[in-house]
Design a protein around this ligand. Structure first.
Ligand SMILES: [Zn+2]
Length: 272
């Protein structure tokens, strides 16, 4: 399944649920008959949890559905008398989450709505929390790095790109590799930009690359990490006239909740 497929299906289901002539029953029906087989199990469960949370608690929390572009959580709403953002999950292990430390950040408070995977009832509404770095005690924020296309030893394109799931320590500005994925045609931000740039509308290319990054964020958050906070890319930064410099991971998108604490780049090897 591609990031685009996932985001399209989400958009269709929520606009169906919001449509007064169709509503939730039609959205659930389409989900089961049409979309379920296009999604993998994890995306299916995640989207069902979002729909159920919206249906049952939309009024209590004054929820509005975040679109699939540029927004930082699944829903915006109110928690008590305060504005809040809500992300929905079915995957937080309570045991693991118990070791995390609440993170307040800046701006509206950020809540994690934990739903049961079986019946999609809300189990709890939690504060955003992250584990701490073993070395410096800083927060560890999960991020996904969209790497460039894979080539064989003979220089032939493999038509795949890898993505690296990392924990970024906001204290020592190091990262820990957690997992690696490979997708067909999921370009790095620069590759996506290059595909559209060149003629005369570079602004369009920049906007398109930005949307590509956010679409990947939404997809990976649902698919591989419940509290993913950033999307990055792997770049060579030139600092000297003769081309000397260093390799970095830069963040193209950072969730507003952690924007003040996230390093803007981290040094890294040229092969990651
Ligand atoms: Zn650290």
């Amino acid at each position: 399944m591609s990031a685009q497929t996932y985001n399209n299906i989400r958009r269709i289901l929520f606009s169906t649920a919001n449509n007064s002539e169709k509503g939730f029953s039609v959205a659930y029906d389409w989900m089961e008959k049409t979309y379920r087989h296009q999604l993998d199990q994890r995306s299916y469960v995640g989207l069902m949890a979002e729909l159920r949370f919206y249906e049952r608690h939309g009024r209590d929390f004054c929820l509005t559905v975040a679109g699939d572009m540029g927004e930082h959580a699944d829903f915006a709403g109110m928690y008590g008398s305060r504005p809040a953002r809500f992300d929905v999950t079915t995957n937080i292990g309570f045991k693991k989450f118990g070791d995390y430390e609440p993170f307040m950040g800046t701006g509206p408070s950020y809540k994690i709505a934990l739903l049961d995977q079986g019946n999609f009832e809300v189990i709890d509404v939690l504060d955003l929390a992250f584990p701490r770095c073993n070395f410096c005690g800083g927060y560890l924020f999960p991020a996904i790095v969209l790497l460039g296309q894979n080539y064989s030893r003979d220089g032939e394109s493999q038509w795949t790109n890898d993505q690296l799931l990392i924990d970024v320590c906001a204290g020592c500005e190091e990262y820990i590799e957690k997992n690696r994925f490979s997708h067909f045609g999921l370009f790095s931000p620069q590759e996506h930009y290059n595909a559209f740039a060149g003629s005369d509308d570079d602004e369009f290319a920049a906007e398109s690359a930005e949307q590509h990054v956010i679409s990947a964020y939404k997809y990976f958050r649902r698919q591989h990490s419940d509290y993913l906070m950033a999307v990055g890319s792997h770049n060579y930064k030139t600092t000297e006239p003769r081309g000397g410099g260093y390799w970095t991971i830069n963040f193209n998108f950072v969730n507003a909740a952690v924007a003040n604490e996230m390093p803007s780049e981290i040094e890294c090897p040229n092969e990651i």
